[in-house]
Design a protein around this ligand. Structure first.
Ligand SMILES: Nc1ncnc2c1ncn2[C@@H]1O[C@H](COP(=O)(O)OP(=O)(O)O)[C@@H](O)[C@H]1O
Ligand SMILES: O=C(O)C1=C[C@@H](OP(=O)(O)O)[C@@H](O)[C@H](O)C1
Ligand SMILES: [Mg+2]
Length: 181
C-alpha cells in the first residue's frame, strides 16, 4: 500500500494509472484495461511526443534526463485534472521530482518484471536508445533504483514475468475499487 496515496482515490482524474519499468507492459495492459472498462486510453509517451515533436525515447537523449523530467511533470500536471480514463505513464515518470505527489490522489498499479523477462520483451532497445551501450547493466541498475519508487506510488503491484497480458489485466482489474472494477 502506498504511503503517499494512502488509498484516497480521487473522484476526478484517471480511473487507473499504470507505472513500471520500460517494457513492463503499461501501454499494452493499459489499452486492454481501458477497453474492458469502456473508458478512453491515454499513453503518456504519445502525449510527450505530440507536445515535443519527438518519440519519448529520443526526447530523453535530446533533452537530457533533467529537462525531460521537467517536461514530464509539466505535461502530467495539465493532464491529470482533465483525463478520466486509463493512463499508461512513461517508465521514468514516477521518478521525476514532484510526480509522486501528483499521483497520490489516484489509483496507481505497478507492473513488475524481472530482468531476464524484460530483456526478452520485443523492441526494448530500439524504443529506448538511452539504454545503450549496455542495456542489461543499465536495466539492472534501473530496476534496483526504481522499484522502491514504483512501490511507493502504487496501491498494488502486479507481477508480469512469464505471464500473458490477459493474465496481468485480470489482476490489475481486481485491484480497482468496486464501483469501477
Ligand atoms: N505480459 C507480457 N508478456 C510478454 N510480452 C509483453 C507483455 N506485456 C507487453 N509485452 C510486449 O513487450 C513490449 C513492451 O510492452 P509495452 O506495453 O510497450 O511496455 P511499456 O509501455 O511498459 O514500455 C511490447 O512488444 C509488448 O507486446
Ligand atoms: O523508463 C524510462 O526512463 C523511459 C521510458 C519510456 O516509456 P515506456 O516505459 O512506456 O517505454 C519513455 O518515457 C522514455 O523512453 C523514458
Ligand atoms: Mg509505454
Amino acid at each position: 500500500m502506498s504511503h503517499l496515496g494512502g488509498g484516497h482515490v480521487s473522484a476526478q482524474g484517471p480511473v487507473l494509472i499504470l507505472v513500471g519499468p520500460p517494457g513492463s507492459g503499461k501501454s499494452t495492459v493499459g489499452r486492454l484495461a481501458a477497453e474492458h472498462l469502456g473508458v478512453p486510453f491515454r499513453d503518456f509517451d504519445h502525449d510527450l511526443e505530440h507536445a515535443h515533436g519527438l518519440p519519448a525515447g529520443e526526447l530523453v537523449v535530446r533533452l537530457g534526463r533533467e529537462r525531460f523530467q521537467e517536461a514530464e511533470r509539466e505535461l502530467l500536471t495539465a493532464l491529470l485534472p482533465e483525463f478520466t480514463g486509463v493512463l499508461a505513464l512513461g517508465g521514468g515518470t514516477p521518478t521525476a521530482p514532484g510526480v509522486p505527489e501528483l499521483l497520490a490522489p489516484f489509483h496507481v498499479v505497478f507492473l513488475d518484471v524481472d530482468l531476464e523477462h524484460l530483456l526478452r520483451r520485443e523492441g526494448l532497445v530500439s524504443l529506448h536508445p538511452w539504454l545503450m551501450p549496455n542495456p542489461r547493466a543499465h536495466l539492472r541498475e534501473l530496476l534496483k533504483a526504481r522499484r522502491p519508487v514504483y512501490t511507493e506510488v502504487a496501491a498494488a503491484t502486479v507481477p508480469t514475468s512469464g505471464r500473458a497480458p490477459a493474465e496481468v489485466l485480470a489482476d490489475v482489474l481486481a485491484t480497482l475499487p468496486a464501483a469501477t472494477g
